[in-house]
Design a protein around this ligand. Structure first.
Ligand code: SIN
Ligand code: CO
Length: 371
């Protein structure tokens, strides 16, 4: 399966030769693929408050950018050409989209962001641009012409509401049809224009900046670091300026701050919590009429459980992280939890995990697998 997806390459070779390094065009990556939803169903999603959507209109140097949610009537007013509707995190609302993402299991879940879908009318595009993330662009219905460039001039246009490259110098060009896929590493400039009404599915990855990680880690440390002691100055000397912060005071504060230390364990704990934290716009929907613990036990005993597609479950050995929270697993739970983290489903739930899973079920993090 992965072999087709990667055009005959094994995941190992793909990772070695292409991932995060160079573009790859894969004809017929998903044979028979014609998309996961209709343009109408997508427009319906773009009217929802809980779904992130955007509308891009224009071409050349003239662009308009609007955020959803939209009204259905907004779409009726649009011209016949040159607009694109984008819907983020389709995998959160469409099980088929979550299943499509699962095909990209050869990349760690911690690197995965989401599945975005775009619908464009003829001439529609989001302009020539570059992204800071790896992306697989899988063509659904219709055709899109992609041009790419490894140019180093990445300056963007001023005064437009989108990040559009000032100069785009295409080096390669392909017309993608249903099932074709283009992999792009970060910073490869690209420009995809709809030939006919078409839909493109973007499997996007996340790569936090050093600054974001450092900020997150400092916040994490704030809750985990405890240092003893208090400022003390038994040797205080009379200062000429009582308003001045003296050198001795600065030296002592520097020494106090220098006592902040962290271990590999702190880094692991932060990384697990940080990367399993859902995006701020993600809200879980607890079941409207939750079954009792006894019924949950009985039903999951038969069919098992599935992770809600919005949940992020990651692990480091036997330490697990779900949606920003950490816990240790016991020896007889670890394999089952790892299975759930890897495949988002688990057929046999160990007895010791049932209470924990019931709490996750009540929070909307986990579901009873359909029978
Ligand atoms: C699109 O699907 O229209 C845009 C995807 C991209 O260029 O990253
Ligand atoms: Co892009």
């Amino acid at each position: 399966m992965t072999q087709t997806l990667l055009g005959g390459l094994s995941p190992t070779r793909f990772l070695r030769d292409y991932w995060h390094k160079r573009p790859l065009l894969i004809r017929n990556a998903v044979p028979g693929f014609s998309g996961l939803l209709t343009p109408d169903a997508m427009q319906q999603l773009a009217t929802r408050e809980d779904v992130e959507s955007r509308l891009v209109q224009g071409a050349g140097r003239h662009w308009q950018f609007d955020h959803g949610p939209f009204r259905k009537s907004d779409f009726k007013r649009l011209p016949k050409r040159e607009w694109t509707l984008l819907v983020q995190s389709l995998n959160h609302v469409l099980p088929e989209a979550d299943a499509l993402l699962a095909r990209f299991n050869f990349i760690p879940h911690a690197r995965l962001d989401d599945l975005m879908v775009s619908y464009a009318v003829p001439g529609g595009s989001v302009g020539p641009h570059f992204d800071s993330y790896d992306v697989f662009l899988l063509q659904g219905q219709g055709h899109r012409r992609w041009q790419i460039s490894t140019q180093t001039d990445l300056t963007i246009l001023d005064d437009v509401p989108l990040r559009i490259l000032r100069h785009f110098e295409p080096e390669e060009e392909w017309l993608l049809g249903p099932g074709d896929m283009l992999y792009l590493p970060p910073h490869v400039a690209h420009y995809g224009v709809a030939e006919d009404a078409c839909m493109t599915y973007s499997i996007g990855f996340r790569a936090p900046t050093t600054h974001e990680l450092a900020q997150g880690f400092l916040m994490h440390l704030q809750d985990s670091v405890t240092l003893e002691g208090r400022y003390a100055d038994p040797d205080l000397r009379l200062q000429a300026h009582p308003g001045e912060i003296g050198r001795a005071m600065l030296r002592q504060i520097e020494a106090m701050i220098a006592r902040i230390h962290w271990s590999k364990r702190d880094i692991a704990e932060f990384t697990g919590c940080y990367l399993s934290e859902p995006k701020p716009n993600v809200f879980f929907d607890p079941p409207e009429a939750p079954v009792s613990f006894a019924a949950f036990n009985k039903r999951t005993g038969k069919t098992g459980v599935t992770l809600n597609p919005k949940s992020r479950l990651l692990f480091i050995g036997s330490r697990f992280f779900i949606n920003g929270e950490a816990f240790d697993s016991t020896a007889d739970e670890t394999a089952a939890l790892q299975q759930l983290a890897d495949h988002h489903q688990l057929a046999a739930v160990p007895a010791t995990l049932r209470e924990r899973f019931y709490e996750w079920y009540e929070a909307g993090w986990l579901e009873i697998a359909p029978s």
